[in-house]
Design a binder for this molecule. Structure first.
Ligand SMILES: *[C@@H]1O[C@H](CO)[C@@H](O)[C@H](O)[C@H]1NC(C)=O
Ligand SMILES: *[C@@H]1O[C@H](CO)[C@@H](O)[C@H](O)[C@H]1NC(C)=O
Ligand SMILES: *[C@@H]1O[C@H](CO)[C@@H](O)[C@H](O)[C@H]1NC(C)=O
Length: 334
């Protein structure tokens, strides 16, 4: 990670002279920040944008969104701020419950509506969920997170969807404006800051995929996939882009928003479940093919990633929050 060796030198005005400790503190803070690139190369444009309000459930297509520390946002529509938990308040995902992928949430004002072809739609007013209760603690990847419970109707809806006999599952809503805590193992290799974990995603608040990489993968597959198998937030497309160009980038800029690439996205069996049907591929494709040529080579990184192949990049916001991204925005890399 040599680029992390180049840090900004602190530019500190000492007006007011609050004392050496103050200056030292700010020098320290500045020293922590990676230097943002000044030279950018255009890679293409933003072709698709998605938020997944409920972890492991279907996407909501976005045309314009705000970039927040916790991910894409448009009013109450935010990326991965809800999840389904079991009776021990531990998260569940489509890896074990593929049916979740066929839940298509929509958000209108503060009202979240759950849609699935076999069930009657159900609406939950998130503003009421927030106003009426004190947060409880749930767990995602062993990390405790504060959540609001979305009520018994949503609990019953998901329990019927996944089991149809007992009320074993509940829908919960992330109850913090800050990123969730880091997993203790996370920072052995990658340098996450405390702003880089998002609300409830697996790893980071922003994921980008290059359409040229999906095309290249498809050229090796009998059963074709789409970028939707990889659940990206951003889909990048451009005539000059080659497959896996993104492997060598350090930063990405979309519109005026700058993202640092924290790590490659290492892929699991979720990619082998058809996002339109919820059916698992009998030969575990495209994962098996990806494993044949996209495994991590760096031995230290390989220790934690195992044989999970890389596809797409995991990013965190480095420009200030509140900037907008829109479809067709130019996408740059450095
Ligand atoms: C959104 O909610 C408003 C107010 O309840 C309603 O008038 C409007 O029809 C809803 N829009 C959609 C797309 O459902
Ligand atoms: C449904 O619930 C029953 C009873 O709790 C349990 O034995 C079974 O494993 C559950 N099935 C699924 C798909 O979760
Ligand atoms: C986290 O984000 C907040 C809000 O933008 C910012 O004030 C703070 O400096 C950030 N912290 C780090 C460690 O980047």
């Amino acid at each position: 990670m040599s680029y992390r060796g180049s840090y900004t030198s602190a530019a500190i005005t000492t007006a007011g002279l609050a004392g050496g400790a103050y200056i030292a503190y700010h020098l320290y803070k500045e020293f922590q920040k990676p230097k943002l690139p000044e030279q950018w190369t255009q890679a293409g444009t933003l072709k698709n944008m998605y938020a997944y309000p409920i972890k492991s459930c279907g996407p909501v297509v976005m045309n314009k969104a705000e970039c927040s520390i916790l991910g894409l946002k448009s009013g109450w529509l935010r990326d991965r701020v809800l999840m389904v938990v079991d009776d021990k308040m531990n998260f569940i995902t489509a890896r074990a419950y593929p049916e979740l992928l066929l839940v298509h949430p929509s958000v209108n004002g503060s009202v979240l509506t759950l849609n699935h072809c076999d069930l009657e739609s159900l609406s939950v007013n998130l503003a009421e969920v927030v106003a009426l209760q004190a947060p409880k603690t749930a767990t995602v990847w062993t990390v405790p997170v504060p959540v609001y419970d979305c009520g018994w109707e949503a609990a019953e809806w998901f329990s019927r969807l996944l089991n149809r006999s007992t009320t074993s599952f509940r829908l919960v809503y992330y109850a913090s404006q800050n990123s969730r805590g880091l997993r203790s193992s996370t920072n052995k290799i990658y340098k996450f800051t405390k702003n880089d974990t998002g609300a409830l995603p697996d790893e980071v608040p922003f994921n980008l995929i290059n359409e040229a990489s999906v095309d290249e993968l498809n050229s090796r597959l009998e059963d074709k996939v789409t970028h939707r198998n990889f659940r990206p937030n951003f889909v990048l497309d451009g005539a000059s882009l080659k497959a896996f160009d993104e492997d060598n980038w350090k930063f990405v800029k979309i519109g005026d928003n700058i993202f640092e690439i924290i790590k490659p996205c290492t892929r699991c069996i979720l990619t082998t479940i058809d996002p339109e049907t919820g059916v698992r591929h009998t030969k575990a494709e495209p994962l098996e093919t990806l494993k044949s040529y996209r495994q991590i080579e760096n031995p230290e990184v390989r220790k934690s990633a195992g044989n999970s192949p890389r596809m797409g990049i995991q990013m965190a916001l480095r420009s200030g929050p509140g900037g907008f991204v829109s479809l067709n925005d130019p996408v740059y890399f450095a």
